[in-house]
Design a protein around this ligand. Structure first.
Ligand code: NAG
Ligand code: NAG
Length: 469
């Protein structure tokens, strides 16, 4: 046991060392500079508009016609290996069903109306037109309204939150507050502009979204996230801790070396005595080799995205079938790792076919695969990770929820190294990576519970301060 204590002390020291270099890198000049960077075409800085313009998704006839033409004229695919399901990737036996559904049964008019069921806007932040959904609760003006920024990831979109929005924005008197949601498309995704030049990674996007919230009149706000949204939100709570009132994530996940030290240390003791993880959840983290090999088997796409997004993007923007399979195979795997043993990738068990294609349309319509996927290359690099920013602790009150089949599990003991005010971590015994999409009611409930906790936390801390004077 002493050895473990020593390893914990060692990991704490490493985090202090990394933390202090990171703080030097994250000087106030660095942080202020992030908000000033210009990602649009050069020369337009002086003309930047601060208008907030209503936006509607428009599925143009020309685009639909072209899409149907491409689907209809697709080449014949190579049959899957005998007996294979999704182990080698998307099972090509499934493609006729999906391509026929997309071209002949997916009702573009109806789905466009669905995508436009909430107010949407665009506003220019640092040279990028950022698309966002904004839904205010229907409440009397004396009800407190909490602003909640919700961040999606790859290969998702704002649509992941569509079934959640009405639940979260519905006023429940006994909570004592209502919620307003702001759901942006990440830069380069959906209907948000991608950058014109290199360098727009998760740290830089954190500044873009903080500027977006300021533009909308929110100096302080709450954040909810999963997937890449979480990596962005991690930067927001580190760079702007005084502005983020509470942070909820359904994929708590840190790219920090100091968090990995207790993880590795924890593998050396019997799980039933672990200091690192609740024994009942140990199989979500250990054995390391199994978890590591499982990740290696499934995340080749990540390495491609992080190195040559433009190459893979060429095929994706030319072929609806390629785009569909690349994104949807990732949806299948991230939803349940066991889905690869199912002939249909388990897609029909969890999602409606419409919602699967809706999400693909968010990449196809505006030809956004490449700009979206560059996010990996702009974030998983030395410039970003070398700042050590993920190792810097943040005092922002944080709540996490852990779906059973989430692609990664980090225990509260690990998460507390960064989130020093981790208020709660809720393990679920079901569901996967796309919690909002798959289980909107469960997701909404845990988010509202977290907001209740954040408010109680602030109320308590306010009282403490009063007592001091
Ligand atoms: C700036 O705006 C003015 C007036 O709208 C326009 O004439 C000019 O071309 C713009 N300049 C740039 C660099 O976009
Ligand atoms: C598509 O949906 C619209 C609106 O609900 C409806 O009017 C139209 O008939 C549908 N088209 C087809 C081909 O079903």
């Amino acid at each position: 046991m002493n050895a473990f204590v020593r390893i914990f002390v060692f990991s704490a020291c490493v985090s202090l060392v990394l933390g202090s270099t990171a703080k030097e890198i994250l000087s106030s000049e660095f942080i202020d500079g992030l908000s000033e960077e210009w990602w649009g075409p050069s020369g337009e800085e002086k003309n930047a508009s601060t208008c907030i313009t209503p936006f509607r998704v428009k599925m143009a006839d020309k685009m639909i016609k072209d899409l149907r033409f491409r689907i209809k004229n697709r080449r014949e695919v190579t049959p899957p290996l005998e007996g294979a399901a999704f182990q080698y990737g998307f099972n090509s036996d499934e493609l006729d069903y999906w391509m026929d559904f997309w071209a002949n049964h997916y009702n573009f008019t109806e789905r466009e109306a669905y995508m436009n069921k909430y107010p949407q806007f665009k506003t220019n932040i640092q040279g990028l037109d950022i698309h966002f959904v904004r839904v205010k609760p229907q409440v009397h003006h004396d009800v407190e309204v909490l602003p909640l920024l919700m961040l999606h990831g790859w290969p998702g979109s704002v649509l992941e939150f569509y079934e959640v929005i009405p639940i979260i924005t519905e006023y429940c008197e006994h909570n004592g507050f209502a919620v307003e949601v702001i759901v942006p498309s990440l830069p380069g995704f959906g209907f948000s502009d991608g950058a014109t030049r290199p360098g727009l990674g998760v740290i830089e996007i954190a500044a873009v979204f903080r500027n977006l919230m300021h533009r909308l009149g929110f100096e302080k706000f709450y954040v909810q996230s999963g997937d890449f949204g979480t990596i962005i939100a991690n930067q927001m709570v580190t760079l702007y801790p005084e502005e983020i009132l509470g942070y909820h994530t359904n994929e708590p996940f840190l790219l920090a070396p100091n968090v990995l030290i207790p993880y590795v240390a924890g593998s050396l003791s019997p799980f039933e005595q672990s200091l690192v993880v609740d024994p009942a959840l140990a199989d979500r983290m250990y054995p390391i080799l199994k978890i590591f090999l499982g990740a290696m088997e499934e995340t080749g796409f990540l390495h491609v995205h992080a190195t040559k997004p433009d190459t893979v993007g060429i095929g994706m923007s030319d072929s609806p079938m390629a785009l569909f399979t690349w994104l949807t195979q990732a949806v299948s795997w991230a939803s349940r790792s066991s889905n690869k043993f199912k002939h249909d990738g388990g897609l029909h068990d969890l999602y409606t076919p419409e919602s699967i294609i809706d999400n693909i349309m968010y990449y196809w319509s505006d030809n956004k695969f490449t700009t979206a996927t560059r996010l990996y290359a702009e974030s998983f690099n030395l410039r970003t990770l070398g700042t050590g920013i993920e190792s810097i602790p943040t005092p922002v009150p944080t709540c996490t929820v852990h779906a059973k089949d989430e692609i990664i599990y980090m225990s509260p003991a690990m998460l507390k190294i960064k989130y020093t005010n981790l208020l709660s971590s809720v393990p679920l015994d079901n569901y996967g990576h796309f919690l909002a999409w798959e289980a909107p009611e469960v997701f909404s409930r845990v988010v509202i519970d977290a907001l209740v906790e954040f408010r109680a936390y602030h109320a308590k801390n306010k009282n403490c301060n009063h007592n001091e004077f």
